[in-house]
Design a protein around this ligand. Structure first.
Ligand code: MG
Ligand code: MG
Length: 260
């Protein structure tokens, strides 16, 4: 395992890439309403990313189990946890959709995900979405310099499981930099004080994937889409953060999404 710690200059390049992801998610957020297809959302993302001189990193991303990912965003609706392929599906009132987006800008990666509510969403599902977002910020707070990777997962897991939700085990957050996925893995479960120490210059994507019911998942025949086995909904939020200057610095942003 090799962890690439970043310089201040590299962290600023990471910030630029991640802010572009945040702006792209905000553009998608403006278009989310009943009747829009996930393919239309993907087109908005791809155009926005290319217009800003970046590359959508998800498009063509290799899959050890099948063909490369065909789109610029992952669009995962309701019981789809992650890696949903955009298509002709129309969003409906009451759906939730997790939009995950990644860009490469000036040699560095941005990666962030937000779960949007479509129209009027049932109170119990809204609660799942809110709790997952809370878990993201609780995980970020646990990523202080000198602490350990296991502290992040412990904090996320505790917050979600005490409310009765499931924590997906098979997919994790990750180091990020010149590659979208670098070491270390950042699980959403763990033990306090376990794992590698968090050092200055570390850049990681923290991304709780939380289920309303059982955390068991199944892979769809498209070899990408991951769904909950019990068909209950799942939510997914992700920020890329840098640990430097004695604190945790969130490089991606939900501001554009939430200030619309
Ligand atoms: Mg992501
Ligand atoms: Mg990620």
């Amino acid at each position: 395992m090799r962890i690439f710690l970043k310089t201040e200059e590299e962290i600023e390049l990471m910030r630029a890439a991640n802010l572009l992801v945040g702006e792209t998610l905000a553009e998608i957020g403006k278009a989310i309403k009943p009747g829009v297809t996930t393919q239309q959302l993907d087109k908005i993302a791809e155009e926005y990313i290319m217009d800003h001189g970046a590359t959508p990193t998800f498009k063509g991303f290799p899959n050890p189990y099948g063909g490369p990912f065909p789109a610029s965003i992952c669009a995962s609706v309701n019981d789809e946890v992650i890696h949903g392929i955009p298509g002709e599906r129309e969003l409906q009132d009451g759906d939730i959709i997790s939009v995950d987006c990644g860009v490469l800008l000036n040699g560095f990666n941005g990666d962030s995900c937000y779960t949007f509510c479509v129209g009027e969403v049932a109170a119990d599902v809204r609660k799942l979405v809110e709790t997952t977002k809370e878990a993201l910020y609780i995980g970020i707070e646990a990523a202080q310099p000198g602490r350990r990777i296991g502290d992040i997962g412990y904090a996320v897991q505790r917050h979600c499981e005490q409310k009765g939700y499931g924590v997906v085990r098979e997919f994790t957050g990750h180091g990020i930099g010149k590659d979208m996925h670098e070491d270390p893995a950042v699980p959403n479960y763990g033990h306090r004080g376990g794992g590698k120490q968090i050092k200055s210059g570390l850049c990681i994507a923290i991304e709780p994937m939380i289920t309303q019911g059982s955390p068991q998942i199944v892979l769809m025949p498209d070899r990408w889409t991951v769904k909950t086995k019990d068909h209950k909904p799942a939510a997914h939020f992700e920020h890329t953060v840098a640990i430097h200057r004695g604190k945790v610095d969130i490089l991606s942003s939900f501001r554009g999404i939430e200030e619309k």
